[in-house]
Write a protein of this length. Structure first.
Length: 342
């Protein structure tokens, strides 16, 4: 087996492309024939790729001297099949869509993602695990709260905020304590802090939870447009009512989004920047459409455009003032924070 999987750029590329084609083919089979086949056959269509792609990649690193890029690709694609297979298993054994099933299915998915990310060094799996954990967290509270999340959007926002803080704490811990060697090498070696690369994926996950909580109005509107079946499919049942927004939530969404863009550009990772950019677009839509008003009047000037322009000009103006600089104090603070060991 070691000789069969010996590192080789050409054979690795073939394995990578072959795994992608196999996975896409299995997904296409599921999409086209999922309604025609029996529940057990559909379960096999999803479970076999999950086992071969995810299991075959994370368990074969001892034969390749560490995780190779093709194994990273296989593990990520395999993780996509895991919740699909487990949800199909629930249907096969006669279960129904519920918050409890959402909770355990996506908890397993998150655990597998974090294992591949932390232990095996597949950075993207940390983000995938964080997203799965957000879904699991939502499913849990959909069961614990009376009448589901749809009746408690205010509480849900707070719960997402708490989860975002937990992910931020996990990112900080990972940055300070992760093993530098457990990050997959690529053909083009990058410089930089490998532990920071890994931690940035959890930072992105924290940003997703925070932006989702602050921009919940738009998120629910999207679900309504897509149809309530999108929520029922993962167990978030009940009636749907659009959560109200306010100036406070809009301001928090703006601050979180700006912070993500600022942090992402400072540490040199794209994930937080993308999430921050999406948050800014949500802010622009919510405030531009005047959704925080009981009677929206999007054509009125309002105060927001003037405040944003004034703050923007103030920031640009301060950047020209020498005394406004903090010098290297932010970098020294980060260096001291990283060096502190528990």
């Amino acid at each position: 087996m070691k000789e069969l999987l010996a590192p080789d750029d050409t054979r690795d590329a073939l394995r990578k492309l072959g795994g992608l084609l196999f996975g896409i083919g299995a997904l296409m089979l599921f999409l086209r024939k999922g309604e025609d086949y029996g529940a057990f056959i559909v379960f096999l269509v999803l479970a076999i790729p999950a086992a071969l792609l995810y299991g075959g990649s994370v368990l074969s690193d001892r034969f390749t001297g560490g995780m190779r890029p093709w194994q990273a690709v296989h593990s990520v694609l395999g993780l996509v099949f895991v919740p699909l297979a487990l949800l199909q298993f629930v249907e096969w054994v006669g279960g129904s869509a519920s918050g409890w099933n959402t909770f355990w299915v996506f908890s397993v998915t998150a655990a597998l993602g974090f294992y591949a990310g932390i232990v095996k060094g597949v950075r993207f799996q940390l983000l995938a695990g964080a997203v799965a954990a957000i879904v699991a967290w939502s499913g849990l509270w959909d069961e614990l709260l009376s009448n589901g999340l749809g009746a408690h959007y205010g509480a849900y926002r707070g719960l997402l905020g708490l989860f975002s803080i937990a992910l931020l704490a996990a990112a900080l811990h990972l940055w300070r304590s992760a093993n530098d060697e457990r990050v997959i090498e690529t053909a083009l070696s990058e410089g930089g802090d490998r532990r920071l690369w890994k931690a940035s994926e959890l930072l992105t996950g924290a940003g997703i939870a925070a932006v989702l909580g602050c921009g919940l109005t738009v998120a629910v509107l999207i679900v309504q447009v897509a149809g309530t079946g999108g929520i029922a499919a993962v167990g978030l049942g009940g009636g749907i009512n659009v959560p109200e927004t306010s100036v406070a939530w809009d301001t928090l969404l703006l601050l979180v989004s700006l912070g993500l863009v600022g942090l992402g550009t400072m540490i040199g990772t794209r994930g937080p920047v993308w999430v921050g950019a999406i948050g800014l677009l949500l802010f622009l839509f919510i405030v531009g459409a005047d959704l925080d008003d009981a009677t929206p009047e999007p054509n009125d000037l309002g105060i927001w455009p003037l405040v944003l322009i004034a703050l923007g000009l103030l920031g640009i103006g301060l950047s020209a003032v020498k005394e406004a600089s903090l010098g290297d104090r932010p970098r020294r603070f980060l260096a001291e924070l990283k060096s502190r060991r528990r």
